[in-house]
Ligand binder design. Structure first.
Ligand code: SAM
Length: 275
């Protein structure tokens, strides 16, 4: 959709973009097509988060066996139903993606991809939900504010390094796909955006306790691993044993540790539950 398509559709439906819901619509058709293709949607059913007026959705529908979209705004849902409701390969949930039961989205259960121009106000929880989800996600093409994208590439000891960086790089190969200026959206945001591509690593075993280990480790950034992990409900002795098994010095701070340290911690934590 071009900027005039978006403006005309908004006027025809009597709508104005809802800033609180992060509604900056994509008006760069070449970018929309590239994102759709890069997401892997031609090969697998695709989950789209926040389809809005359908700029990316229409490209996904051209190439994908199924587009399962989740949109929070009733006004957008009405427009989407009018535009794509008759497509046999389109399904739409009207709800907050943070509350969506992904295990109940049947078309996605045999393998899927994700494509989204994410609402900026809720980018982190959406990404964490995707990174810890049970869905067999093969790849994701995510459009986000440049600062949010930087966190996927952040190295230990940098300000942006945190649970998101660790989870993303443990489960996925992460690469930049493209940068977009505010002119690619209507209305124009105040910041630049990036599209990143995540491709699932074949050898990354599921670590159910990795998110909990990361939550604990990063709970207070200035505190030591001993204090942070202990605060998750262990005695001092239990915490020392866990950290020793994971090869992590008790005085270390999470922000300085590499991905492998958290992987070992999640493994030791899991073992402690079963012993
Ligand atoms: N995909 C469209 C595009 O590229 O033009 C719209 C992208 S816009 C940045 C974000 C969209 O996410 C909006 O349509 C907004 O209503 C929707 N949204 C915001 N919060 C949401 C949530 N919690 N769950 C689902 N959709 C949400």
């Amino acid at each position: 959709m071009t900027v005039s398509d978006i403006k005309a559709l908004l006027q025809q439906e009597g709508l104005t973009p809802n800033k609180a819901l992060g509604q900056n619509f994509l008006v760069d058709e070449a970018a929309a097509l590239r994102i759709a293709e890069a997401s892997g949607a031609a090969e697998y059913p695709v989950l789209e988060i926040g389809p809005g007026l359908g700029a990316l959705t229409e490209m996904l529908l051209r190439i994908s066996p199924h587009v399962a979209a989740v949109e929070i705004d009733a006004a957008m849902v009405r427009v989407l139903q009018k535009r794509f409701g008759k497509n046999g390969n389109f399904s739409l949930l009207h709800e907050d993606f943070l509350k969506t039961d992904l295990a109940a989205m049947l078309p996605l259960q045999e393998g899927c991809t994700v494509a989204a121009n994410l609402p900026y106000y809720v980018t982190t929880p959406i990404c964490l939900k995707l990174l810890t989800s049970v869905l067999p996600i093969k790849s994701m093409a995510l459009m986000l504010q440049k600062e949010a994208a930087d966190r996927f590439f952040a190295q230990p000891s940098s300000r942006q390094y945190g649970p998101l960086s660790v989870l993303a790089r443990y489960y996925y190969d992460v690469s930049p796909l493209m940068s977009l200026s505010p002119q690619s959206y209507y209305p124009q945001p105040e910041v630049d955006s990036s599209v990143i591509l995540l491709t699932r690593k074949k050898d990354a075993a599921l670590l159910p306790l990795l998110p909990r280990a990361l939550d604990a480790a990063f709970a207070m950034r200035r505190k030591t691993m001993l204090n942070n992990v202990k605060a998750a409900g262990f005695s001092k002795e239990e915490t020392e044993t866990l950290l020793a098994e994971a090869g992590i010095p008790p005085s270390a701070r999470a922000e300085a540790l590499p991905t492998e340290a958290f992987v070992r911690l999640a493994g030791a934590w899991e073992k402690s539950i079963h012993s």
